[in-house]
Design a protein around this ligand. Structure first.
Ligand code: ZN
Length: 74
């Protein structure tokens, strides 16, 4: 009886591993999307408000893309 239970456990484990393989096939893409989202949010965080219109713009911007005013950095 113990051997039969052991075999059943192995079969279930193999089926679960195959299921995990299919999930792992999609895993890296989801992880990559998550990294892209984190990069996007990081980019958003790095943006600074325009002194003229207060829209968030890149710190390196010399002209605001929203109000087209020149950004003067100290
Ligand atoms: Zn502006």
């Amino acid at each position: 009886m113990g051997l039969i239970i052991f075999i059943v456990v192995i079969v279930v484990a193999v089926v679960l591993l195959k299921g995990f393989d299919s999930v792992a096939g999609r895993g890296p893409k989801q992880v990559k999307d998550g990294i892209n989202q984190s990069r996007l949010s990081l980019k958003e965080v790095n943006r600074q408000p325009c002194p003229e219109c207060a829209e968030l713009i890149l710190p390196a911007a010399k002209k605001c893309p929203f109000c087209r005013s020149e950004i003067k950095r100290l």
